[in-house]
Design a binder for this molecule. Structure first.
Ligand code: ZN
Ligand code: ZN
Length: 359
């Protein structure tokens, strides 16, 4: 453990939508309690939910340090078996108590009574270093740490602890062995869904997406892209491409108008996994009768548990040569250029825009 050492910290403080970020540099000392770690962030990526917060579509406790998708290196750690200074790690976005019913009985630690989420907490909570748009993050005792294999690059791993682990969770919810799956949305969640489903051996994965620039990547993750922006094309797909219907549909676009379409695409007894609609504008526009008469199973998936993050890193290691993970992420911006990075993220040229706070 590092004793009484002052650290040069750089971080971006978010004060609310429409307000400028404060880029701060400070020399600070953080005293660790048992089970805690300080991690030097080597890459953070800008998640869609960060953009929603910056645009004011969702509210966080401010002031805060945003950013939750990242990979880093342990620079200090206290009483944590199996981990040491120098280890490259990722971590669960949720810190949990390990004692409440969600943590122990329900298999849903991400719904813990004492839930704390990195990149979503006020700077007045704990040491304040709770987010990844910072050179250093303070990892709490109830946070799951995962060592990152050397072969995986930072850009492969950075989105694992939000987007990829969430999709590992979503795909693990399927109860039937599917032959045909439809993924509604070809953003990063959708792309990971395609790769995960192909690795599972699903013969036909269709990805509905309006941005045709994404089709090449969708194909390279093993799925068949369908132009969802052309109603005639979707009709033809429903009629000819999907036959009696899909076994499973994933909604990962966060667009409520897609739900009736997804219901149409499902076969009788199919499963609908809802991931994207994590916002209030999410009236489903379907009737109970439709669900009942078609015997549809509906499952909501929010975030993930520690074992899904383990599996996400293992999936990357198994498939590092099969799928072009690195191409999803932009070259890194400097932390001080966060505003430019956010502007680039909004353009959607990349599935993720990255920052390297050590540059
Ligand atoms: Zn996220
Ligand atoms: Zn708990």
């Amino acid at each position: 453990m590092v004793k009484d050492k002052f650290l040069d910290m750089e971080f971006q403080v978010f004060h609310g939508a429409g307000m400028p970020f404060d880029f701060e540099r400070k020399e600070l000392k953080i005293k660790l309690n048992a089970g805690e770690a300080l991690v030097k962030i080597v890459m953070a990526t800008i998640c869609g939910s960060d953009l929603h917060t910056i645009e004011g579509k969702r509210k966080e406790d401010v002031p805060c340090i945003l950013g939750h998708e990242a990979v880093g290196e342990i620079i200090d750690i206290k009483d944590r078996l199996g981990f040491a200074i120098g280890d490259r790690v990722t971590w669960s976005i949720a810190d949990t108590c390990g004692k409440c019913p969600c943590c122990t009985e329900y298999g849903l630690p991400q719904k813990c009574d004492q839930l704390f989420k990195y990149g979503h907490a006020s700077i007045h909570k704990g040491s304040g270093f709770n987010g990844c748009y910072s050179s250093i993050i303070h990892i709490r005792r109830g946070t799951h740490l995962v060592k990152v294999p050397k072969a995986l690059s930072d850009s492969m791993v950075a989105p694992a602890n939000c987007a990829l682990a969430t999709m590992v969770n979503a795909v693990s919810q399927i109860k039937i062995k599917p032959n045909k799956v439809v993924v509604q949305g070809g953003g990063l969640l959708g792309i990971y869904a395609c790769g995960l489903l192909k690795e599972m051996g699903v013969p036909l994965v269709f990805c509905l997406e309006i941005n045709t620039d994404r089709f090449d990547v969708i194909r390279r993750f093993g799925a068949i892209p369908v132009d969802a922006g052309d109603p005639q094309n979707v009709k033809t797909f429903v009629k000819d491409g999907i036959g009696p219907g899909a076994d499973v549909v994933f909604e990962v676009a966060g667009v409520k108008e897609l739900i009736p379409q997804g219901m149409d695409l499902l076969r009788a007894g199919g499963e609908y996994v809802l991931v994207g609609l994590v916002h209030p504008d999410s009236e489903l526009g379907i009737t109970g009768e439709q669900i009942i008469r078609k015997c549809i199973g509906i499952k909501g998936v929010h975030n993930y548990a520690p074992w899904h993050l383990d599996e996400a890193v293992a999936f990357l290691e198994r498939n590092q040569w099969r799928f072009p993970f690195e191409e999803l992420v932009s070259p890194p911006y400097k932390l001080e250029n966060l505003v430019e990075a956010v502007a680039e993220a909004k353009k959607q040229h990349w599935f993720r825009v990255s920052l390297n706070p050590q540059l």
